[in-house]
Design a protein around this ligand. Structure first.
Ligand SMILES: Nc1ncnc2c1ncn2[C@@H]1O[C@H](COP(=O)(O)OP(=O)(O)OP(=O)(O)O)[C@@H](O)[C@H]1O
Ligand SMILES: [Mg+2]
Length: 263
């Protein structure tokens, strides 16, 4: 097991295949990669003043395991809506979403919650760090929520070690005891990434993670995400407005008129 507790041995072949694919980025894949998420004919509308506003109108999408997918599209095209559906934060009106071999869009609330805690990590544009906690404490929050007080204190040493390792991995070892107000935007976003990895998710969903950052900090965050995908075989789905960020992913998906325009 590596520092993230993921099984690298079984991922070694996958890395080799991903790396060889990256070296020939435009060449077709010789071996089909396992699908992490599958979206089948998904529709989603919102109601505004009694009028139905269609947002997603038949989205079909495959997200391959251990790959980095970016989703682009105009403001209001439904990128965040799609990401929320993937992360079981909302349900589609029609269609299906599958994770691994399991249909997830129609699961009861408790199972959706469990899936969210165990399988998905989420990061957002505005970090959502708690201002009164230090960087290290913020990263430990998912474990504080997951465990009872007694269990948290019993495992505190391991939890602190894991949070520290994640922060070191993201270049924040010198900011463990700073509060969010004492961090730069890029540092706050990298702390939020560390927090999202605390429960060892296999899929990271990121909504505009660089949207609030200048180019240099945005690129640093992007490099952290790329290295998590390459080195830890984390599946990443990232929504972005920024084409220069989007094109660094393995796969770029564009939403137009409620559908995937090109993949
Ligand atoms: N809860 C809601 N109720 C009503 N309408 C909503 C709701 N959430 C989103 N919408 C509408 O759905 C459309 C798609 O929203 P969404 O947030 O998915 O777009 P987006 O592509 O992420 O846009 P942006 O790039 O600006 O973040 C928008 O027109 C938005 O106003
Ligand atoms: Mg959005």
């Amino acid at each position: 097991m590596n520092s993230f507790g993921r099984n690298l041995r079984s991922g070694e072949r996958l890395v080799a295949s991903v790396e060889s694919d990256r070296q020939h980025t435009r060449a077709p894949l010789r071996v089909a990669l396992p699908t992490a998420l599958r979206v089948v004919d998904v529709h989603k509308s919102y109601r505004r003043r009694g009028i139905e506003v269609p947002v997603l109108q038949g989205v079909d999408l495959h997200i391959n395991e251990g790959r980095f997918t970016s989703i682009v599209g105009q403001s209001g095209s439904g990128k965040s809506t799609l990401l929320h559906l993937l992360g079981t934060l909302d349900r589609p009106d029609r269609g299906e979403i599958w994770c691994d071999q399991q249909r997830i869009d129609n699961l009861p609330s408790q199972q959706r919650e469990r899936l969210r805690n165990r399988t998905f990590g989420m990061i957002f544009q505005f970090y959502h760090l708690l201002p009164e906690l230090t960087t290290l404490e913020n990263v430990m929050v998912p474990k504080m929520i997951e465990h009872s007080v007694w269990r948290f204190w019993r495992h505190k040493r391991t939890i602190v070690e894991r949070a520290t390792t994640l922060l070191e991995r993201l270049g924040l070892s010198h900011r463990l005891h700073h509060r969010p107000s004492q961090l730069s935007g890029g540092e706050m976003q990298r702390a939020a990434i560390a927090r999202s990895l605390m429960s060892q998710p296999s899929i990271l969903l990121a909504d505009e993670p660089t949207g609030n950052l200048d180019r240099q900090n945005g690129q640093l965050v992007m490099e952290s995400l790329l290295s998590l995908c390459r080195d830890e075989q984390l599946t990443i789905v990232m929504v972005t407005h920024d084409e220069s960020i989007a094109k660094q992913a393995d796969h770029r998906v564009q939403l137009v008129d409620g559908r995937v325009a090109c993949a």
